[in-house]
Ligand binder design. Structure first.
Ligand code: AMP
Length: 286
């Protein structure tokens, strides 16, 4: 495994190896866990060369967010990548000019809800950095987690709208045994916070169960989830059900695929989670 710390070095290394090889790319902010490793496994199954980037992108953090304190255990991350069979780590010091970028991308429609409402400018930072990384790595495949469903939906639109010739692959959320979605920010949770945080996946499962039983009224689903969250003393930033692709609001579940989303501050961690809702219409009784 090789590590490149600058764009020039990364480009040079890939130039000599690219040839007819396919490249799968996994962008991360480091502090790797099994969720990231499942993306790497998918990348290895898809392509000849796997590149993982580790970069805490300042452009996607708001002024009062955790940019400074975001964990950066690089040695441990590198060891995990090595064990997972990664070929290259791209670990740049910075990806922007010293005076800051003067040209950036904007994620319009899909970013005006969910995390986009709570974190203004966040997805503009994401699409800008992912574009820069795509331009440096020029992969055939890029792998993203469904944990950040809205990000995945926006990236899919980005490659579509900007005609970027990269196949975007989404990978299922990896969870702890008790249901908590793995996240680098779970490190911020105390033992009490950790117990409280379980209510997020439990609330989503309650919505899934009701939907599978034939409940299609989204207010009813949300009320069931809210009850679990309130009992755990969790105040949500959002609790919502939307069309899985367009992210448009819905009032009833229907044949179009729907997804339930939650974001909440638990202790000092802002946590997000989501699950698909499959509505099973009840058989008419004769
Ligand atoms: P991050 O390092 O948090 O920016 O995440 C890098 C990539 O890993 C993103 O595509 C995330 O969606 C994905 N990811 C993070 N947590 C998980 C998880 N628990 N399961 C699957 N993918 C994840």
């Amino acid at each position: 495994m090789r590590v490149a710390h600058t764009t020039a070095e990364m480009r040079r290394q890939l130039k000599t190896l690219r040839g007819n090889n396919t490249i799968a790319f996994v962008p991360t902010m480091g502090c790797l866990h099994d969720g990231h490793i499942s993306l790497i496994k998918e990348a290895k199954a898809l392509a000849d060369i796997v590149v993982v980037s580790i970069y805490v992108n300042p452009l996607q953090f708001g002024p009062n967010e955790d940019l400074e304190t975001y964990p950066r255990p690089f040695e441990r991350d590198a060891q995990m990548c090595e064990e997972a069979g990664v070929d290259f780590i791209f670990h740049p010091t910075s990806l922007y000019p010293k005076s800051g970028p003067k040209v950036t991308l904007k994620a319009t429609k899909l970013s005006d809800c969910l995390c986009g409402s709570d974190r203004p400018g966040h997805f503009d930072g994401v699409v800008t950095v992912v574009n820069i990384l795509f331009n440096i790595i020029r992969p055939d495949f890029a792998i993203f987690g469904e944990k950040d469903w809205q990000q995945l939906a926006i990236i899919r639109r980005m490659v579509n709208d900007l005609q970027i010739p990269i196949e975007i692959i989404g990978v299922n959320i990896v969870r702890e045994a008790d249901g908590l979605a793995m996240s680098s920010r779970n490190r911020y949770l105390s033992e009490t916070d950790r117990q409280q945080a379980l209510a997020l996946s439990q609330a989503l499962i309650a919505m899934q169960t009701l939907a599978a039983q034939g409940e299609n009224n989204i207010e009813t689903l949300k009320a069931a989830a809210q009850e679990i969250l309130t009992a755990a003393n969790i105040t949500t930033q959002y609790l919502d059900v939307r069309n899985a692709t367009s992210l448009k609001s819905k009032r009833k579940l229907n044949h179009l695929s729907s997804r339930a989303f939650i974001a909440a501050q638990v202790g000092s961690a802002r946590l997000i989670d989501n699950m698909p809702l499959t509505y099973t219409p009840l058989e008419p009784t004769s």
